[in-house]
Design a protein. Structure first.
Length: 371
C-alpha cells in the first residue's frame, strides 16, 4: 500500500516538474500542434501549441514505478513490465505519427493502416509474452478464457484446442489493444478531455488491482481471502503491481493536467493518447476484466462510436449527417457550448461509466456463487 502511494506521488512530482520544461523545450525545437483545416474555427488559435506531452507522463509513470520498487526493494512483476512495455511500445507508434506531422508540416501523420500495423506488431509481442512467459509463481499472466469480471468458463477458447485457442485469444487481445488505443486517441480533441477521462479510468484499475490483491487466491490465510471467501478469490498474477502502475499513471496524468487544462499550454499528442489506450487495454487483459473495459473506457467508446455512426449514416444517406461534426465533442462545440463545459460534462459521463464498472465488479464478488 505504501509503495502504491509513494510511487503515485513520485510520478505526480516528476510530471508536474518536467512538463513546463518540456513546454519550453518543445517550443524551442518546433514541436507544435497542427490543426485540421476542417475542424472547428476556434481550434485554429491552438496551432503551434507544444505537443507530444505524452512523452512526459509516460516517462514519469515508468520512473515513478521503477523508483518505488527500488525503494521497497521488490523486483518488478511480469504483469507490470508487460503493461509498461505495451504502453511504451504503443506510445512509440504515436511518436512516429506526431513526428511525421511535424516533419511534413501538416495535420496528417502516418496513414491509418500504418498506425494499425504498428499497433498490431506491438500487440502481438505483448500477447505472445503474456501467453507464454510465467511469473514467479509459475503462472502465465493470462488464460485462454475471455473474461468479464473474471474468466468466463463458457468463453474459454481452449475448448477449440490449444493451438486454435491460443490464436483466437491472441486475435482478441489485438482487437482490444487496437480498438482501445484508437478510442482514446479519438477522444483527445479538447483541452484536458482525454487526460481527465483517463485519470478516472485508470483510477478504476487502482481499486480493482488492490481489491484483487486483498482477495487473491495466493494470499490465503495471509491477509487476503479468508477461508470463507476462498471460493470467490481472484487468480490474477501480481494484481498489486498492476494497481501500482495504474496509480503511477494517475499521478503522472494529474501533474500533466495542470498544464493541459483549458487553455492548454501543451497537448499529449498521439504519443500520449495511443499509449494510454494501450495501457488501459493491457490492464483489462491482465486483471481478467476484459469485457468490463466497455464501461471503464465508456467515454472513449461513446466518442469513437459517434465517428462510426456519422460515417455509416453519411454513406447510407449519400451525404446527410447526424452530428454537425464528429467526434461528438465537436458537435457540441458547433452547437455553441463552451469548451470547458463540454470537457467537464464528458468527465461526468466518464465518471458515471467507471462508477458502474466498479459497482459491477464489487457486485459480482458479493453475489459470486459457491463453486
Amino acid at each position: 500500500m505504501y509503495v502504491l502511494i509513494f510511487s503515485a506521488f513520485l510520478a505526480f512530482l516528476i510530471s508536474i516538474a518536467a512538463t513546463p520544461l518540456a513546454i519550453r523545450l518543445f517550443r524551442r525545437i518546433g514541436w507544435g500542434q497542427f490543426v485540421r483545416e476542417d475542424g472547428p474555427d476556434s481550434h485554429h488559435t491552438k496551432r503551434g501549441t507544444p505537443t507530444m506531452g505524452g512523452i512526459v507522463f509516460t516517462f514519469a509513470t515508468v520512473l515513478g514505478y521503477t523508483i518505488g520498487k527500488l525503494v521497497a526493494w521488490n523486483p518488478p512483476s511480469l504483469s507490470a513490465l508487460l503493461i509498461l512495455g505495451l504502453m511504451v511500445g504503443i506510445a512509440l507508434i504515436g511518436f512516429l505519427d506526431d513526428f511525421t506531422k511535424i516533419s511534413n508540416q501538416r495535420s496528417l501523420g502516418l496513414t491509418g493502416w500504418a498506425k494499425i500495423a504498428g499497433q498490431v506488431i506491438v500487440g502481438t509481442v505483448f500477447a505472445i509474452l503474456a501467453l507464454f512467459l510465467r511469473d514467479s509463481e509459475g503462472r502465465t499472466p493470462v488464460s485462454l478464457a475471455i473474461s468479464g469480471v473474471r474468466d468466463i468458463p463458457w468463453l474459454d477458447l481452449a475448448q477449440f484446442g490449444i493451438i486454435a485457442g491460443t490464436v483466437l485469444y491472441a486475435l482478441w487481445v489485438l482487437f482490444m489493444i487496437v480498438s482501445t488505443s484508437n478510442a482514446v486517441n479519438v477522444t483527445d480533441g479538447l483541452d484536458g478531455l482525454a487526460t481527465g477521462a483517463s485519470i478516472i479510468a485508470f483510477s478504476a484499475y487502482v481499486f480493482i488491482g488492490f481489491w484483487q490483491f486483498n482477495q487473491s487466491c495466493l494470499q490465503y490465510g495471509g491477509g487476503g481471502a479468508v477461508n470463507d471467501d476462498m471460493y470467490r478469490c481472484y487468480d490474477v498474477s501480481a494484481p498489486l503491481d498492476i494497481a501500482i502502475v495504474a496509480s503511477c499513471i494517475v499521478g503522472a496524468l494529474i501533474g500533466f493536467l495542470w498544464y493541459n487544462t483549458t487553455p492548454a499550454r501543451i497537448f499529449m499528442g498521439d504519443v500520449g493518447s495511443l499509449g494510454l489506450g494501450g495501457a488501459l487495454a493491457g490492464m483489462a487483459i491482465l486483471t481478467h476484466t476484459e469485457l468490463l473495459l466497455i464501461l471503464v473506457a465508456g467515454l472513449p467508446l461513446i466518442v469513437t462510436g459517434s465517428v462510426i455512426v456519422q460515417r455509416a449514416y453519411f454513406k447510407l444517406t449519400k451525404g446527410k449527417r447526424i452530428f454537425l461534426m464528429s467526434p461528438i465533442h465537436h458537435h457540441f462545440e458547433l452547437k455553441g457550448w463552451a469548451e470547458v463545459t463540454i470537457v467537464v460534462r464528458f468527465w461526468i459521463i466518464a465518471g458515471l461509466c467507471v462508477a458502474a464498472a466498479v459497482g459491477l465488479f464489487y457486485l459480482e464478488w458479493v453475489t459470486h456463487p459457491r463453486g
